[in-house]
Write a protein that binds this ligand. Structure first.
Ligand code: G1P
Length: 301
């Protein structure tokens, strides 16, 4: 094997999507429907995330799930009766839309039987992932497909190894909802070196306003660290604490700084913005919806 091939970091092909949450911010809708299946126009949030993974070449997708959320797995399976009915009607467009989720990626599941936090959810992926670097994608963070971030994150991880996270500048008053990074320059405008990470600090104690947004490329070694990570903020095992421990032990940690459109679809207000903006962008629905929206806005007090 040529030396160049030997030294190259293994290609990251697996994505892990923690999807075991109770969806409390969206109750009562999420009492019977997983929040990941709430639609943005006519596709569930989770499909956008899997589409993003697949577009970056990550077609081995593990959903970390829990009891009562089987509908997520069914969504990515074939639906022979529905397909036959659409086919008999000659509705090729809907047939293609119904088949698409099952064609995007190989979906597997792992169960998080107790809710012990994001770090614990990621640890539930250890048997599936093994020792390779892998991506973690949080379903609440919807990233506009016109500004993809995973390809750059994978490229930085292949170059430097270690950990790569996505960062975005947030208003100071909301830093206590995020993992916050202290950073220094790499000389490249969109990539920073991370020198510290803290989970959900109070605004007065936050080292910056650069928040970790739900995309990570992590080395397989994180699992051993997560096993030793004690519960932190909110009494939960925090992924941020495991990353901070690896940083302290000398693992390189980089941040890709994101400036595009993103939505926290677990937040009702942001969810509504996502639906409206995505609907405006749609070639089929967009023109008529935009006209209606302009008229509607004029009627607002
Ligand atoms: C999680 C992480 C946090 C990160 C956030 C991004 O928090 O713990 O570090 O900034 O996702 O959405 P959660 O939203 O699960 O409270």
């Amino acid at each position: 094997m040529p030396a160049e091939t030997q030294n190259r970091a293994p290609r990251t092909v697996k994505a892990v999507i923690p999807a075991a949450g109770l969806g409390t911010r969206f109750l009562p809708a999420t009492k019977a429907v997983p929040k990941e299946l709430l639609p943005i126009v006519d596709r569930p949030v989770l499909q956008y995330i899997v589409e993003e993974a697949a577009a970056a070449g990550l077609t081995d997708v593990l959903l970390v799930t829990r009891r009562g959320k089987y509908a997520m797995v069914d969504y990515f399976d074939r639906a022979p009766e529905l397909e036959a009915a659409l086919s008999a009607k000659g509705d090729e467009e809907r047939l293609a839309a119904v088949r698409r989720p099952s064609e995007l990626a190989d979906i597997s599941t792992s169960r998080q039987s107790v809710a012990r936090g994001l770090g614990h959810a990621v640890l539930c992926a250890s048997a599936h992932v093994g020792l390779e670097a892998f991506a973690v994608m949080l379903g609440d963070d919807l990233i506009d497909a016109s500004t993809p971030v995973l390809p750059t994150m994978l490229e930085i991880q292949a170059e430097h190894g270690g950990i790569v996270v996505l960062l975005a500048d947030v208003p100071k008053e909301v830093v206590n909802r995020y993992g916050i990074a202290s950073v220094e320059s790499t000389g490249r405008a969109d990539v920073v070196r991370i020198t510290g990470l803290v989970e959900k600090p109070e605004p007065s104690e936050a080292p910056s306003t650069l928040a970790v947004i739900g995309r990570y490329v992590l080395p397989g070694e994180i699992f051993a660290v997560l096993r030793d990570t004690r519960p932190g903020a909110g009494g939960e095992v925090q992924l941020t604490d495991a990353m901070a421990a690896m940083l302290d032990a000398g693992t390189p940690v980089h941040g890709v700084v994101f400036g595009g459109r993103r939505y926290d679809t677990g937040d009702r207000g942001d969810y509504l913005k996502a639906v409206v903006e995505m609907a405006c962008d749609r070639e089929d629905l967009g023109p008529a919806f935009r006209d209606w929206l302009k008229d509607f806005v004029r009627t607002l007090p």
